[in-house]
Design a protein around this ligand. Structure first.
Ligand SMILES: Cc1cc2nc3c(=O)[nH]c(=O)nc-3n(C[C@H](O)[C@H](O)[C@H](O)COP(=O)(O)OP(=O)(O)OC[C@H]3O[C@@H](n4cnc5c(N)ncnc54)[C@H](O)[C@@H]3O)c2cc1C
Length: 303
């Protein structure tokens, strides 16, 4: 949800614009590594009442170049007050994206190590600081720059260095559903339908992803899943009847007392890029671009 973001200024909006601009070239570059990688659009966000329709109308007026259009209630797949269709918003399968990224990095001069970093420390040198990384395989190495992107575990690495960046966990659960029969208008459903804060993503002739719950903490509560299936109301009792063919959950890292994400050069060479809360996939290209700019700046100052 990049172009349908509710605000039109500030860092959140700029990061979304940057990501939305970069995604097409990212997909093109990554597709050779995972041909099944696709950006599936459009996205249709349903409005529950007339004030939501009015907010959607304002977005369409403010962003004429971004492919947004209002959809009348009678043309929306579920009962609602109206909808906002965004031609360029949609979804990417994150597992396929990760597969493509893993394959792509093998092409570069990149050494991958699947180890846990247990300590990060500063070593003063004439020109400033170097960063020592110690990992749980007993290895230790010195670097001019480190980028910390370890989500909820980042705070523990930063604290001994004098940086407090607490984050809280917000658990999310998703359901994979098999419908006994699809609704009549199934063929005209968008790639993503956003309704009452949930995403409904058709994945096949009779299958659907429904998610995600927002549960503060790290413990999954099954009652949130059934509530999500029921929340869409009578008009979607076919969702309530659907067979659950799969479910999974994950933790979102939400910065405490700060806006997500945390993109900061804490000290020369100590870069924090994490705490993306609900938007880490969407903001992947913008985050990578920001990190690249920081590293370029660092190189320029050091040489
Ligand atoms: C149910 C659900 C639905 C979501 N839906 C969306 C969506 O629709 N759109 C969207 O943009 N985002 C979505 N998100 C959010 C998105 O998944 C996250 O923002 C994103 O995964 C954050 O990526 P990350 O790499 O920063 O953190 P993580 O994915 O949490 O990864 C952190 C990594 O750091 C590693 N690590 C931790 N500590 C150490 C250490 N000491 N040493 C080495 N490695 C370490 C971990 O092993 C892990 O691999 C969703 C999240 C959930 C849970």
């Amino acid at each position: 949800m990049g172009n349908v973001f509710r605000r039109s200024s500030g860092r959140g909006w700029r990061l979304r614009r940057s990501s939305m601009t970069l995604w097409p070239s990212w997909i093109e570059t990554l597709q050779p590594f995972a041909p099944e990688l696709r950006f599936q659009s459009p996205l249709l966000q349903l409005a529950e009442d007339s004030s939501a329709v009015e907010r959607q109308r304002q977005l369409v007026e403010q962003r004429p170049e971004l492919g947004l259009e209002l959809v009348r209630a009678e043309h929306c797949p579920l009962p609602c007050a109206g909808g906002l269709r965004s031609a360029e918003d949609g979804w990417i399968n994150p597992l396929v994206l990760q597969k493509a990224l893993r394959q792509a990095i093998h092409q570069g001069p990149i050494q991958q190590k699947n180890v846990k970093v247990c300590r990060l420390s500063r070593e003063r040198v004439k020109a400033g600081s170097l960063w020592r990384i110690e990992s749980d395989d007993g290895d230790s190495s010195l670097h001019a720059a480190v980028v910390i992107c370890s989500a909820l575990d980042s705070a523990a690495l930063l604290e001994p260095l004098g940086h407090q960046r607490p984050m809280s966990a917000v658990l999310g659960q998703v359901l994979a559903l098999e419908l006994d029969a699809p609704p009549k208008n199934w063929n005209t459903w968008p790639a993503v339908l956003v309704h009452k804060g949930f995403n409904l993503i058709p994945t096949g002739p009779c299958t659907l992803l429904l998610g995600a719950t927002l549960e503060p903490g790290e413990q999954a509560d099954p009652t949130h899943l059934s509530a999500m299936q029921r929340l869409l109301g009578k008009a979607t009792d076919w969702i309530e009847r659907a067979k659950v063919s799969g479910s999974w959950c994950g933790l979102r890292a939400r910065p405490v007392d700060r806006a997500a994400p945390m993109l900061e050069m804490l000290e020369p060479g100590l870069i924090l890029a994490t705490g993306h809360y609900r938007n880490g996939v969407l903001l992947t290209p913008a985050t990578a671009e920001w990190i690249k700019d920081q590293l370029d700046d660092l190189m320029e100052t050091n040489f």
